[in-house]
Design a protein. Structure first.
Length: 284
């Protein structure tokens, strides 16, 4: 899953794709590099970010979703608003990536149920402006598991088919880099597989990688200097059965997935030593 942030304040790319035309070109380039899905978002969710009005979010994402879908790209919309999700689905999006797991907008589950699109349900404890204050756990793996299970039950009760759901443990969202929460979740992907749904991992360029790679004076690596570490996370997540990874740089991560697939299969899936790019086939 390639990330296209149509925002002026993205933590990872500093607004490089805020212009719709450049965002569309970037999305098409990602597909050429091996992305199965292009995830289009119009609202920053980095720690401390404030929300933008719904009409502004719509203005940002709809032209990009519309044109990418018109050109045959499998498009996901990254939004917490049912209004934005509905418009994006009408424009051709086939997946809603909701970082709030349906908690930010009570209408989201009903929208997903009525449209039948695939739905990424992420672990979430609150909006970006104060989410890190909520990164308090006794057992982060068990608590994230339990809270994801509760959210799955809640959206199914609203009419969502379990087969529509993809789960995301929410790396970086109400997770403390200093306390190792993200690493604990990654080390226990097998635990989340017990929920019986595909798993999306979104660790690309996040703060816990920069923290891991701090220099001798304790200064974290910059976001873009964490791309190699992101590739390592991708390879390990793919090896351990993740359905997809959400990344900013597609080609090296697509390569990592191919390596992981060859390793997992012991080479039995190769043709004359060559691997096709493994393709996401949907959440259902």
């Amino acid at each position: 899953m390639g990330v296209v942030n149509v925002t002026p304040d993205s933590f990872s790319d500093g607004g490089r794709w805020f212009d719709a035309g450049r965002a569309i070109e970037h999305g098409l380039r990602m597909v050429g590099e091996g992305a199965d899905i292009v995830d289009v978002g119009g609202e920053s969710t980095q720690p401390g970010a404030q929300r933008v009005p719904a009409d502004e979010e719509l203005r940002r994402v709809l032209p990009v979703v519309t044109e990418l879908a018109r050109q045959g790209v499998v498009v996901s919309v990254d939004t917490m608003r049912a209004e934005v999700a509905a418009a994006a689905v009408d424009a051709g999006a086939v997946l809603v990536n909701d970082v709030s797991g349906g908690m930010a907008d009570p209408a989201m589950a009903r929208l997903v149920a009525s449209t039948g699109v695939s739905y990424v349900l992420m672990h979430w404890r609150g909006h970006s402006h104060d989410m890190q204050k909520r990164a308090v756990y006794t057992d982060v793996v068990q608590e994230v598991y339990d809270e994801l299970e509760q959210r799955m039950t809640a959206v199914v009760d609203e009419g969502v088919d379990p087969g529509q759901i993809i789960i995301d443990p929410g790396l970086g969202f109400a997770k403390s880099p200093e306390k190792g929460h993200n690493w604990a979740l990654l080390a226990h992907l097998d635990r989340f597989a017990q929920l019986g749904r595909p798993i999306l991992i979104g660790g690309s360029r996040k703060r816990f990688l920069g923290r891991l790679l701090s220099d001798a004076d304790g200064n974290p690596r910059s976001f873009t200097e964490c791309d190699d570490a992101t590739v390592a996370v991708t390879a390990l997540a793919a090896f351990h059965g993740a359905w997809a990874v959400r990344v900013h740089e597609v080609r090296p991560n697509a390569d990592a997935v191919r390596v992981a697939q060859a390793w997992r299969s012991g080479g039995t899936a190769l043709i004359d030593g060559r691997a096709e790019i493994p393709r996401v086939r949907g959440g259902q």
